[in-house]
Write a protein that binds this ligand. Structure first.
Ligand SMILES: [Zn+2]
Length: 160
């Protein structure tokens, strides 16, 4: 196995290697040197292929990040009350899209996920669902009914 980084840092010179092989008189040594040179070439080809694949993955990632940068500028983090947050489409950058909200968790992972309204909760919050997260997101300030007179928090009368 040819160690390419150490080969390249050792000052490997292809032309000089070929010249020295050509000058060899001993056929056994000459064939051995040719085999070693062939192994080096094969290792370099393999490494080149690996680097090409790696480069392709990085190009795709870069493309996605650039697309995400453009896309995420269309949204603003909004407090819906009670310190509940979601990303909201900026109406000025809607480009004809309907108003919608994005999941804050997905947004942090550079993933655009439109959350779907499920229902209005008894405490006044709106419940939304993010499918990729499989999570519910509750937006708006939670309003609780004040305790009725004579009753205190923690007391529960099952037979009022
Ligand atoms: Zn999500």
């Amino acid at each position: 196995m040819v160690d390419i980084p150490s080969l390249l840092s050792s000052g490997f010179n292809l032309a000089e290697t070929i010249k020295s092989i050509v000058r060899m008189k001993n056929e056994v040594e000459k064939n051995k040197a040719i085999r070693e040179l062939d192994q080096t070439y094969m290792a370099l080809r393999e490494e080149y292929g690996r680097l090409q694949e790696e480069n392709e993955v990085l190009r795709e990632d870069n493309k996605k990040f650039k697309a995400w940068d453009t896309e995420n500028n269309r949204y603003k983090l909004r407090d819906f009350g009670g310190k509940t947050f979601a990303y909201e489409l900026d109406p000025e950058k809607a480009n004809g899209e309907e108003p919608h909200l994005l999941c804050p968790t997905c947004f942090q992972k550079k993933r655009k996920s439109i959350i779907q309204f499920t229902r209005k909760l008894g405490n006044g919050q709106d419940s939304y669902r993010c499918s990729p997260c499989n999570e519910y997101i509750y937006l708006g300030e939670a309003k609780y009914e004040p305790n009725p007179p004579g009753r205190h928090y923690g007391e529960f009368d099952p037979y009022p």
